[in-house]
Design a protein around this ligand. Sequence first.
Ligand code: SF4
Length: 378
Amino acid sequence: MIPSSLYIHIPFCASKCYYCDFNSYVSTGEVMDRYLDALDKEIELLAGELPWRPLETVFFGGGTPTMFDVRQTERMMQILHRHFRLAEGAEVSVEANPGTVTPEKLRVLREGGANRLSFGVQSFNDSILKKLGRLHDTLTVYHSYEKARQAGFSSINLDLMFGLPGQTVEIFADSLRRVLELQPEHISAYSLKVEEGTPFAIWQEKGKLHLPPEEDDLAMYRLLIDTLAAHGYGMYEISNFAKKGHVCQHNQVYWRNEPYLAAGAGAHGYVNNVRYVNLSSVPEYTDVCLSGLRPVAGQETIPEPIQREDTMILGLRMIRGVEYSRFRERHGVEMGDVFGGVIEECVKKRLLVADQVGVRLSRQALPIANEVFAAFLG
Ligand code: SF4
């Protein structure tokens, strides 16, 4: 249980999308420079104070890490290597938005060890992109994708969304067709969730947000699963699909309920059974780090019963589910002794499949996975 994964949050975006509740801000180059100073300090403290092994996975998420200019991007990668050692063949992912990558920036990322790029595409329909408040259009997606390939990225994820305002099943099918033409190694696709405090939530309250009916949302999800399966993408998590050898290792750490370090404003980490969260405000985060302290806003030791629930709820997100042996190794008890009743009930309702290896969601449970997860909560 010694972490070998690190998440680094870069909380800057060119503008704020209407549905977004992530910790991200529109900012200036000067603020970003100071943020990098602070990140450097925090990562130094983190590497000195917490246990870690040579990193197997690193994930630069956001926000939009590619909002940094070339010099700042170089610094971002240097900060990582200054304080941490990476394992041979480590996966280093960087989130990017179409329109924010240049050949120079991509070269610097590659030279800094990045080997996986994840583009927030969301849709290949310009009118829907506008409704989401995204700055890019479809043409920009093609240009950015091409640049990434030219820079040598051979593992690319494209994020899609469904259940969007104005989106029909046909429009989503067209986005799927276009994503498949590009042949990325990995595809993530999420149903829109209207989050509190976002413009979408306000418009929904006023009756001004017109989302597709639930049956269309479901039809889009089914279409996604069937289409990607037919084109050689293995579904390995409720929302994630990959060609052979391109499963995202970093995200699997979360779903296996394993420990990870995290740095950056608002980042969440999990070490020694303690979950911690950093200050989310960029000025506060920056000031605290630069005063030589870790910017932890709160932390909580997770009691063993909650850890067991987490292992089930997070693990069932993966198509392979949770193996009995893994549960036993992690918690020192049999899964059946803790959750036998819940599992039996869910198997009866055909929401879970239990075999000799472990338990996993049934196909019919995939769209209503949250209901199954709720059954595991004490
Ligand atoms: S690009 Fe991503 S992080 Fe930035 S505002 Fe849009 S959804 Fe949020």
